[in-house]
Design a protein around this ligand. Structure first.
Ligand SMILES: Nc1nc2c(ncn2[C@@H]2O[C@H](COP(=O)(O)OP(=O)(O)OP(=O)(O)O)[C@@H](O)[C@H]2O)c(=O)[nH]1
Length: 614
């Protein structure tokens, strides 16, 4: 690819570069604004067909959320000078706050976009603090001022009271109706400082993102801190000490555009023959072979906080699914993968995700992009078990959780992960939301008014309570007006037990669940009822029980049914009879034998689907 003649990267010393991002609560218009800026700078044509260029993946478009941060370089002339502006996109959702913080590490400033009708929301607050903590210049921007319901004055007061930001010269824009978009980049250039770094020093680059490209393999995004990187250079990863040859280097404009080199202060991509995305360690420092440099401060690796088993509905699909999971995780290093075998569901995987949305997005991608037919088990958080000999382990699968007997002999302490949750909502919903947080074992830490009628509450509560249907409940109890975000709250002692499900007295491992002791009765009763609804009658009675060790909590029975598939062919021709028997056999393939009970995969599927929330 030939670089546009007018663009010569050597004419962009660090002082003519700005690295910035846009942070916002979900749906406040980040992608729409990014598109407008790309059009304004002719990075993409303003044909009107640019539907959110940065949200590349299909699932992102379908769900309207940004999952994978994308970076794009733009050129812009301001007061007679050419600037290179790198827009580093950040995901808005709580599950991806790890991606937000690593994208922010490559920036010197950020636009804090707030919907002028909705006002500040929980993720506005969380994202503000992430950016603030990294010492970034924060430029507040009011978006959607075209909406009839916009209340810019009120939202300004919220921004002042929550963030103590100066709003005197705040930008008031509409990304959709293209109002005042031309004021945005001048503000970026004037308010955000250029990156620091020296071109004369030996090369140092910070790896802050990577993805798998089916044509060139692994692509890494680097922020060049010092020196210069050229195509053909030999570099070393400080993390793994592996040597790489740089086969391509360039900028995202908006797709990969080879430039042959990158200078200090610039942000761009490299291709260097990595075989898999697992070689690309986010936060790694690259330097030239034979040179020693000070390693740049990296990032904490993403912590998987939600785990679930994934099994093929048809066991014959195992290989194919294995392949597809590998392909998908090439692009998303934050998913952890371990093989798992369940008596009930056969061979599968235990996958770890950043949160439930992350899990749903992964599941949806597996189904959409690879046409996979899968069962996902009830999500579990990582529980910490400390033994009497002081050793400890994290349990991510109810199957590994100690039963009551083992517990009394060996276990000293059981702990579960907690979060600090932030909720913002109109005060009329206060009663209902306090009640919700209470039933989810939450402890109130704080509540304040951010303006006349909006309340912000903080709660300490177990992550396990948040990863199920908390979000849906929150939305329905507040008619959609409450927003919610959370951060890590460490581990806390908890009286946890494993509840088993028994079919004709045989435990079904894939249905075991870890609960707080106070919840066992309620969940135990609910589950037997719902299982009864999805298991078909068979030739004998089936008992469905939930149990805590040997103590039965609840029981339902499905009474026997006489079924003879060949009965209606009495006297009929033999081939038809064979056909029916064959059909019955095929049907059985999709059954799982639990003791003598046939459990159709579909029953699991239906149950899991509905219990995504208990
Ligand atoms: N009326 C109006 N609608 C807007 C404006 N900007 C964005 N929208 C609409 O708001 C919705 C959300 O916009 P997005 O740009 O997808 O929001 P986002 O913040 O990128 O969302 P995530 O990527 O999911 O975090 C879309 O339907 C946009 O068309 C605006 O200035 N005015």
């Amino acid at each position: 690819v030939q670089l546009n003649k007018a663009i010569d990267l050597t004419t962009f010393p660090a002082e003519n570069i700005r690295n910035f991002s846009i942070i916002a609560h979900i749906d406040h218009g980040k992608s729409t604004l990014a598109d407008r800026l790309l059009e304004l700078t002719n990075t993409i044509s303003a044909s009107g067909s640019n539907k959110q260029v940065l949200d590349k993946l299909k699932v992102e478009r379908e769900r309207g959320i940004t999952v994978k941060a994308q970076t794009v370089s733009m050129f812009y002339n301001h007061k007679g000078k050419d600037y290179l502006l790198n827009l580093i996109d950040t995901p808005g959702h709580v599950d991806f706050s790890y991606e937000v913080s690593r994208s922010l590490a490559a920036c010197q400033g950020t636009l804090l976009l707030v919907d002028a009708a909705q006002g500040i929301q929980a993720q506005t607050v969380a994202n503000f603090y992430l950016a603030f903590g990294q010492g970034l210049e924060i430029i507040p921007v009011l978006n959607k001022i075209d909406l009839p319901g916009a209340e810019p004055e009120r939202v300004l007061r919220q921004i002042e009271s929550a963030f103590e930001l100066d709003t005197a010269s705040i930008l008031k824009i509409s990304a959709k109706a293209s109002i005042n978009i031309d004021q945005v980049l001048p503000s970026v250039i004037e308010k955000i400082p250029p990156p620091v770094g020296s071109r004369d020093k030996p090369f140092r680059g910070l790896l802050f993102d990577s993805w798998y490209d089916k044509y060139v393999g692994v692509v890494c995004m680097l922020g060049i801190k010092d020196g210069m990187l050229r195509k053909g250079d030999k570099v070393v990863s400080a993390y793994s000490d592996t040597k790489y040859d740089i086969t391509e280097v360039g900028i995202m404009h908006p797709e990969q555009l080879p430039t042959g080199y990158l200078h200090a202060g610039q942000v761009g991509y490299i291709v260097c023959g990595m075989k898999s995305a697992s070689e690309a360690h986010i936060g790694d420092t690259f330097h030239h072979l034979g040179q020693t440099v000070e390693v740049l401060p990296g990032f904490q690796p993403a912590q998987s906080m939600v785990f679930a088993g994934i099994f093929p509905v048809d066991t014959n699909d195992f290989r194919k699914l294995d392949d597809n999971i590998k392909k998908l995780t090439l692009n998303d290093a934050s998913v952890s993968v371990h093989k798992e075998t369940s008596h009930a569901l056969g061979q599968g995987w235990r996958l770890g995700f950043l949160g439930t949305l992350h899990m749903d997005v992964f599941r949806q991608r597996l189904e959409n992009e690879y046409d996979a037919n899968i069962i996902v088990t009830q999500p579990t958080v990582p529980y910490k078990i400390t033994y009497k000999d002081d050793s400890f382990k994290l349990v991510r699968n109810p199957a590994d959780f100690p039963d009551l007997e083992e517990r009394s002999f060996k276990v000293a302490k059981l702990q579960e992960p907690m979060v600090i949750a932030t909720l913002i909502f109109p005060d009329e919903y206060m009663g209902k939301l306090i009640e919700l947080c209470g039933t989810r074992r939450g402890e109130q830490l704080e509540y304040v008014y951010v303006d006349e009628t909006r309340v912000m509450m903080k709660y300490r509560m177990p992550l396990a309570e948040v990863v199920t249907d908390f979000y849906d409940e929150l939305k329905s109890r507040s008619s959609g007006y409450a927003s919610f975000d959370y951060e890590d709250g460490g581990y806390e002692d908890s009286d946890l037990v494993k509840m088993n499900v028994l079919l004709n007295s045989k435990p079904v491992d894939a249905l075991s669940v870890i609960l707080h002791r106070t919840q066992v009765d309620l969940v135990g009763r609910d589950w037997v009822k719902r299982l009864k609804g999805v298991i078909q009658r068979q030739l004998f009675d089936i008992s469905i029980q939930t149990a805590l060790g040997s103590k039965i909590i609840a029981r339902e029975t499905i009474s026997a049914l006489r079924k003879n598939v060949t009965a209606k062919c009495y006297g009929g021709d033999a081939s038809r009879k064979m056909k029916l028997l064959q059909k019955q056999k095929e049907g059985k393939k999709r059954m799982k034998m639990i003791g003598n009970v046939e459990l159709p995969q579909k029953a699991f599927y239906d149950f899991m689907d509905k219990s995504k929330g208990t």
